[in-house]
Design a protein around this ligand. Structure first.
Ligand code: ACO
Length: 173
């Protein structure tokens, strides 16, 4: 099935927020765009499962979560890379904009849930996702963009221009 053009989709945010130069650096077989309300059907959860355990909530609950993200204005920016020939998702990533009271009501961009389909890894798709999310963060006025990752992924994020700083703490419920 050929890919669905952006203007036929209910997108999470305007497609123009994705930098043109990042779009142009992708192979012509691929397309990068905001998450769409029908992406449950394009394998969104299957790509995310490369990262961690994913429990399928069903399409209705998935769409309800999409709508919750969309209703929180200027906060959630989920993006996907789609294989044009199959209209299937091959890479995903999110930036969440946190608004603070410090630093003159400054904002921080949190990069979350980066995953590339196993068959497509090593082709710079992860890099393009991070480049797009970082620019969205900076264009949203964030004074910094941060993320947590395993030691194994440190070299990848260094290639994306990030540096190791401080430590992560976690307490699971
Ligand atoms: N070790 C060393 N270098 C690496 C690694 C690694 N583990 N992964 C990528 N790189 C390098 C590549 O060689 C490339 O270098 P080059 O420019 O010199 O050629 C550069 O980083 C960019 O790599 P990409 O091809 O863009 O990487 P890819 O598309 O495979 O995406 C990712 C990387 C996202 C880590 C992918 O492998 C993946 O989905 N892994 C499983 C899920 C995961 O761990 N996600 C990240 C969780 S952290 C978070 O979500 C905030």
């Amino acid at each position: 099935m050929p890919y669905t053009p952006d203007n036929e989709l209910d997108l999470l945010f305007p497609a123009e927020y994705i930098p043109t130069d990042v779009k142009e650096q992708l192979h012509s077989d691929l397309h990068i765009r905001p998450l769409a309300s029908t992406d449950y059907r394009r394998g969104h959860l299957s790509v995310l499962s490369v990262l961690t355990v994913v429990t399928d909530p069903g399409e209705d609950a998935w769409v309800a979560q999409f709508n919750l993200w969309k209703s929180a204005l200027h906060t959630y920016y989920g993006i996907v890379i789609v294989d044009k020939a199959s209209d299937r998702i091959v890479a995903v990533g999110t930036i969440f904009v946190e608004r603070k009271f410090l630093r003159g009501l400054g904002s921080v961009g949190h990069i979350e849930d980066i995953a590339v389909d196993e068959r497509q890894q090593g082709k710079k798709l992860g890099l393009r996702v991070i480049q797009a999310l970082t620019r969205i963060s900076e264009n949203s006025g964030c004074y910094k963009t941060i993320l947590n990752c395993s030691d194994k992924n440190i070299p990848f994020y260094e290639k994306c221009g990030y540096q190791k700083k401080e430590n992560e703490m976690a307490k699971y419920a």
